[in-house]
Design a protein around this ligand. Structure first.
Ligand code: ADP
Ligand code: MG
Length: 382
C-alpha cells in the first residue's frame, strides 16, 4: 500500500511525498470507560491509514482519497465541516489553525485497509495520520499527547462525535505486542506486554452498523453525567464515575432512577473489571482475562444496552467453546466487531462454522480478521 500511495501521489503532483502510517485499534477491556475518566486497555493493530503529503506553493488544500476515488479542494482560509471523508482531515487542519500553528497549503493522498465503521477506529487513524504528517511537514514541534488531543477535538467538532480519548491515543501511542493501560483521568499510561502464546486476537465483523450508534452514544454520556450529578449532591468531591463506588450509587442513584442506575453500575463495575483483568494479564493468565471479557459483554448488552442481536449472537455462539477464552462486543456498540481470544489451531474451523450459521440466521456475511498488535503512528520510508 505504501508503494501504491506514493505512486498515486507522484502521478497527481509530480514529486516525492512524505509518508505517514497510523493504525486502527482494538480494546481488550474497559468499554465506555474513557469518557468516565476510567481506564482502558487498547492496542494498535496491523491495519492502518496511510497518508502521503507535500507542501504547496499556494494556500490551497488538495485532498485525494484512493478508496473513495474522489478529490476534495478548498482554500485554507475557507475550510468547514463536510459530510464526507474529508471532514476528518479538515477537522485537524482547523484545530491546528485555531491553536495558532502556522501551516500553508498542502496536497494529501489517503488510503487504508482498516474496515470502515467496524469499531476499529478508522476515523481516529485518519485524524492521527493527518496531524502527524502536518506536524512533520510544517515543523510545528507538537508533542504526541497534544497531537492526540488535536485529533480527538477534530472528531468532536468536525465529525460531531463526542468521543473519549482512547481511539486517538491508541493509534498514536501503540507499540508492537504491547497493550496500553491508559488512565483517562490523568492521561498516565503504561505498556503491558500481551503474551498470547498459542492464542490469537480474532475479530468477527457483524457487517452492520445500526443508525442508533451515534445518538445512543451521546445519550449514554448524558446518563452517566446525570448519575454523577446525583451523587455529587451528597458527595461534592466526586467528579466522574471513576470517583464513585457501588455503595454511593445504591445510596444516591438507585432511589432516583433505575435506568440511570443500571448505566452507572455498568461503568463502575467495568472500571473495576479492567483492574482485575490487568492483574491476570501480569500473571499471564489469559483464560481468566478472557472470562472478564465475557462479563463485560454481558454488562454492555444487559445493563448499558449498547449491543444488538448480531453482536449478541456472535458472542453466544462461541460461549462454551473451549478454544475461545474470551469474547465481547467492542467499541461504541450497535454493530461493528466482536473481539475474541481464540486458540490458534481452532480459528479456521470456528470462523467457518460461525460464517455459515451467521448467514443462515442473520442473512449477512461475516468477515473474520486475525489481528496482530503493531506500532503506533509513524513516518514510513520506502
Ligand atoms: P470507525 O469505527 O471506523 O471509526 P467512523 O464512522 O467513526 O467508523 O469513521 C469512518 C469514516 O472515516 C469513514 O466514513 C471515512 O469518512 C473515514 N475513513 C475511514 N477510512 C478511510 C479511508 N481509507 N479513506 C478515507 N477516509 C476514511
Ligand atoms: Mg470512529
Amino acid at each position: 500500500m505504501l508503494i501504491s500511495i506514493e505512486k498515486k501521489y507522484k502521478e497527481l503532483y509530480n514529486e516525492k511525498p512524505l509518508l505517514v502510517r497510523s493504525p486502527g485499534r482494538v480494546n481488550i477491556i474497559g468499554e465506555h470507560t474513557d469518557y468516565n475518566e476510567g481506564f482502558v486497555l487498547p492496542a494498535a493493530i496491523d491495519k492502518a491509514i496511510y497518508v502521503a503529503v507535500g507542501k504547496r506553493a499556494d494556500e490551497a488544500i488538495h485532498l485525494f482519497s484512493v478508496d473513495y476515488k474522489e478529490a476534495y479542494q478548498v482554500l485554507l482560509s475557507e475550510i468547514q465541516p463536510t459530510k464526507t471523508w474529508a471532514t476528518y482531515i479538515l477537522g485537524v487542519v482547523h484545530q491546528l489553525v485555531q491553536r495558532g500553528y502556522s501551516i500553508g497549503g498542502f496536497n494529501l493522498v489517503i488510503d487504508g485497509d482498516i474496515p470502515i465503521g467496524s469499531g476499529l477506529s478508522s476515523s481516529a487513524a485518519v485524524e492521527c495520520a493527518t496531524v502527524f504528517a502536518l506536524n512533520e511537514l510544517f515543523s510545528l514541534g507538537i508533542d504526541k499527547m497534544e497531537m492526540v488531543q488535536i485529533a480527538q477535538k477534530a472528531e468532536h467538532e468536525y465529525a460531531g462525535v463526542m468521543c473519549g480519548i482512547m481511539d486517538q491515543f491508541a493509534s498514536m501511542f501503540g507499540k508492537k505486542d504491547q497493550l496500553i493501560k491508559l488512565d483517562c483521568r490523568s492521561l498516565e499510561y503504561q505498556y503491558e506486554p500481551l503474551r498470547l502464546d498459542g492464542y490469537k486476537l480474532v475479530l468477527f465483523n457483524t457487517n452492520v452498523k445500526h443508525s442508533l450508534a451515534s445518538s445512543e452514544y451521546n445519550i449514554r454520556r448524558q446518563q452517566c453525567e446525570q448519575g454523577v450529578a446525583w451523587v455529587k449532591m451528597l458527595y461534592p468531591e466526586v467528579n466522574s464515575l471513576r470517583d464513585i463506588s457501588m455503595l454511593m450509587l445504591d445510596e444516591c442513584v438507585l432511589p432516583k432512577d433505575t435506568l440511570i442506575y443500571k448505566r452507572c453500575k455498568f461503568v463502575v463495575e467495568e472500571i473495576q473489571r479492567l483492574l482485575e483483568a490487568c492483574e491476570y494479564l501480569e500473571k499471564g493468565d489469559i483464560v481468566s482475562l478472557g472470562k472478564k471479557m465475557f462479563e463485560t459483554h454481558r454488562g454492555l448488552s444487559k445493563e448499558y444496552e449498547v449491543s444488538c442481536k448480531e453482536l449478541d449472537y456472535l458472542v453466544d455462539a462461541v460461549k462454551g467453546n473451549h478454544a475461545v477464552v474470551g469474547s465481547r462486543m467492542m467499541g461504541g456498540g450497535f454493530g461493528g466487531c466482536t473481539i475474541n481470544i481464540i486458540k490458534e489451531g481452532a480459528i479456521e474451523e470456528i470462523a467457518a462454522m460461525l460464517c455459515t450459521e451467521y448467514k443462515k440466521v442473520m442473512q449477512l456475511d461475516l468477515i473474520t480478521h486475525v489481528v496482530a498488535i503493531g506500532d503506533g503512528t509513524a513516518i514510513q520510508y520506502l
